[in-house]
Write a protein that binds this ligand. Structure first.
Ligand SMILES: N=CN[C@@H](CCC(=O)O)C(=O)O
Ligand SMILES: [Zn+2]
Length: 396
């Protein structure tokens, strides 16, 4: 196994239990893992040596919410929205039509391109969902293709009731043959619990069936208005509830209560329901930005994710989401960095292996073309990803 010393790191944000930000630092990678972290002057020798050029290093982004298995785009829908139309769940079926027409090879190529784009922007651990198939065969096909390309796959058969199909019959399909067909390829289940998609009762039925099948749970909730999503996620012990744009005080309290057995700094104990904020999506749908500041102040662990999909957020740029969280959601830089690394890792229950720069963790590293990470917000939109290591391999 080859070891690599990366030295001359101007600023190293570790997201470790002490939340250390080291200056003039170094990291040693051994195979796929981080073997050493500390002052450059004390670094051990290694087989290879990389000069970071006095740049800033962070853990690779953990993008815990994407929908990358799709064909076509919805730029006309987006343009109409910018002219004043509202977002509605029904647009999902436009993507379903385009995706059903795409061959395996075409979808695989699209997926690989999207994963490569995400990695080129500093993402090193990636979740993606099914949800544009909406029949048994297609949902299973999307799950199978996704499982080959990303770290974690979520079954989202309950994304939309396909036009012309009876909702109760569709829920039976999702909880029966569709779930069984997707099961070999997925670790998580999700449901779009929103008006125009699935009701509280339908969502509960889907999530309970998926939990019984051994899947972890997540929920798309409270995106377009106040609703039952957060309540349901907490009731069923979901690992995350995503979107969270419209929250009552009670929703925030319910989420906060799930974190009573958790040591946030150390990322140990019993994790609760992460509130995943999706700022690029909020801007693209003209929804109020998720109240990340309010959630953090209440003691809720939050994640920042890209929600890359053709309907509401056609970007996988975590740099953009982090910059926006600082500029517009009033998160400190440290809070935003944590939410986009450890926060996503906790949402995916992968925090023992990714989300921070610590000895023994996966060597997922993001070197910025800047001397300090605050440049992500200070220089928004600039190409700030200089180099990326994913599982110890130089990816960018
Ligand atoms: N909100 C539900 N699902 C996706 C959007 C799907 C679409 O409109 O294509 C989301 O997370 O925003
Ligand atoms: Zn989504």
């Amino acid at each position: 196994m080859t070891s690599t010393l990366i030295t001359n790191i101007a600023e190293l944000t570790t997201v470790d239990p002490e939340q250390r930000v080291l200056t003039d630092a170094a990291v040693v990678i051994d195979g796929e893992q981080i073997a050493w972290v500390g002052a450059a002057s004390e670094a051990p020798a290694a087989d290879e040596r990389v000069d970071a050029g006095a740049r800033a290093m962070l853990p690779g982004w953990v993008d815990s919410h994407t929908h990358l298995v799709f064909a076509g785009d919805r730029s006309a829908e987006f343009e109409a929205r910018m002219a004043g139309q509202s977002y509605a769940a029904g647009g999902i079926s436009v993507t379903t039509e385009a995706t059903r027409d795409a061959s395996d090879q075409r979808l695989r190529d699209l997926l690989r391109t999207r994963v490569a784009e995400a990695v080129a922007g500093g993402t090193t651990f990636l979740e993606t969902k099914t949800g544009y198939g909406l029949d048994v065969e297609e949902e299973a096909r999307h799950a199978r293709l996704a499982a080959d390309e990303v770290d974690v796959v979520t079954f989202l058969g309950a994304h939309l009731v396909p036009p012309g199909v009876d909702a109760d019959e569709y829920v039976q399909t999702v909880t029966g043959p569709m779930l069984q067909a997707a099961l070999p390829y997925v670790q998580w289940a999700d449901v779009f619990c929103e008006s125009g998609a699935f009701s509280e009762e339908q969502s509960r039925t889907v999530l309970q069936a998926c939990a019984e099948a051994g899947l972890g749970l997540r929920v798309h909730g409270n995106q377009l208005g106040q609703g039952p999503g957060v309540r349901l996620a907490v009731e069923l012990g979901a690992a995350s509830v995503d979107h969270v744009n419209h929250l009552s005080d009670r929703d925030v309290e319910l989420l906060a209560d799930t974190w009573s057995g958790w040591d946030s700094a150390a990322a140990t104990g019993s994790p609760g329901t992460v509130a995943t904020c999706l700022p690029a999506c909020d801007l693209s749908t003209r929804q109020p930005l998720a109240p990340g500041r309010r959630l953090l102040d209440a003691g809720v662990e939050i994640a920042l994710a890209s929600n890359c999909n053709p309907g509401t957020s056609y970007t996988s740029s975590m740099n953009f989401n982090v910059g926006t969280a600082v500029l517009q959601m009033h998160l400190s830089l440290a809070e935003a960095l944590r939410a986009a690394t450890m926060g996503g890792a906790v949402a995916l229950r992968a925090h023992d292996s990714v989300g921070s720069i610590e000895v023994g963790k996966r060597a997922d590293l993001h070197l910025l073309n800047a001397p300090a990470a605050i440049h992500l917000a200070y220089r928004p939109g600039m190409p700030l990803t200089h180099a990326v290591w994913r599982e110890g391999q130089r990816a960018v």
